[in-house]
Design a protein around this ligand. Structure first.
Ligand code: ATP
Length: 326
């Protein structure tokens, strides 16, 4: 079973080495075939009006590895996540999970088959308790019947087992003392942990994390990183979207870079971050930037920082607008 309930692995373990070995000979080109892909997408296109938000020719995600999906704002990363997990429908294309076609499979069934996701803005339901949030995860992100059961107090044996499993997971994520608190009372970082813990309720094979580090204060950063690495040590595959390049460098075995809906580069973190196609994707037309290794990496860091700042500014103006309406 994928998800046991041991404490986070202390350090990089044998699965990290196995993932590195498995990916060592994979060509560093967009669409590269992997030795053991758990997720394969072909010709996936999603248009919004005239804009092809996603137009991915081919991508494979290696089983048991941590793969980062990076790219500038608007590159199509979240839309691609939504498509793969059944939260949105593509205009064209097919994709499979563990050899099974996932086209037209709704999100809750995708989750039940073993591929779960978290969201960029955490969806922990703030007026439910931490435990109730966990129980929603047990039903593969569908949850209505369990929600009813949770309120009605009609525990059946399955629900008792789910509660025990939830408590184990909450213990692992140091949230067990908060089980009866409203999720709305948790800090941003604790909500991220709750999202991850909830995703594990269905014993997934693949965990997809949309910006796990966004809004997490430094005190919880290491803990979150440890938990993500731990997913790999337990045999799970992780695919995550992230702007934080330190995190990408620290934990990713492989990086897929998207720009304008397409996959433009792939490879291990260091090679991808020095790839001119990646610098180009982040910097757009600013060809005056030197692509020599050191300065390229620095230029990329600067470009990513600018992206993140722009995103934070946009979020603030959203908040201000909402505040103004309230
Ligand atoms: N529901 C929608 N309707 C119209 N356009 C959309 C919709 N969702 C996304 N888009 C557009 O599709 C493009 C890709 O957006 P997406 O959110 O997937 O990018 P992203 O790489 O995840 O960006 P970020 O890093 O900022 O989260 C953007 O131009 C966005 O404006």
């Amino acid at each position: 079973m994928a998800g046991d309930t041991t404490a986070p692995a202390a350090a990089e373990g044998t699965r990290k080495q196995a993932a590195t070995r498995a990916l060592a000979d994979v060509p560093r080109v967009p669409g590269a075939e992997k030795p053991d892909p758990v997720l394969v997408a072909d010709g996936v296109v999603r248009r919004f009006g005239g804009l092809a938000a996603v137009s991915v020719d081919h991508v494979e995600v290696q089983r048991g590895a941590i793969t980062a999906l990076i790219g500038p704002n608007g590159a199509g990363k979240t839309t691609f996540f939504n498509l793969l997990t059944g939260f949105d429908r593509p205009d064209e294309g097919k994709w499979s999970f563990d050899g099974t076609d996932l086209a037209r499979v709704p999100a809750h069934k995708v989750a039940r088959r073993g591929m779960v996701r978290t969201f960029q803005l955490t969806k922990a339901l703030s007026r439910l308790t931490v435990m109730q949030n966990m129980l929603l995860g047990a039903s593969g992100q569908k949850g209505e019947s369990l929600l009813r059961a949770a309120f009605a107090g009609t525990w059946r044996s399955q629900e008792k087992a789910n509660t025990e499993r939830a408590m184990e997971l909450l213990g692992r994520f140091k949230l067990d003392t908060k089980a009866d608190d409203f999720a709305g009372s948790l800090s941003g970082g604790q909500r991220k942990l709750l999202e991850m813990a909830r995703a594990l309720m269905s014993d997934p094979q693949v965990v997809m994390l949309d910006e796990p580090m966004a809004g997490v204060n430094p005190a919880l950063t290491q803990s979150l990183l440890g938990h993500v690495k731990d997913l790999r040590e337990q045999g799970m595959t992780v695919l995550f979207v992230e702007h934080d390049m330190d995190m990408v460098r620290d934990i990713a075995d492989w990086v897929v870079v998207m720009a304008q809906g397409k996959v433009v580069a792939e490879g291990p973190p260091d090679s991808v971050m020095a790839d001119p196609a990646v610098i180009e994707a982040y910097l757009g037309g600013h060809h005056d930037v030197s692509l020599a290794d050191d300065s390229a990496a620095e230029a990329l860091e600067r470009a990513v920082e600018a992206e993140v700042e722009a995103e934070i500014a946009a979020e603030h103006s959203d908040d201000d607008a909402k505040g103004g309406r309230a």
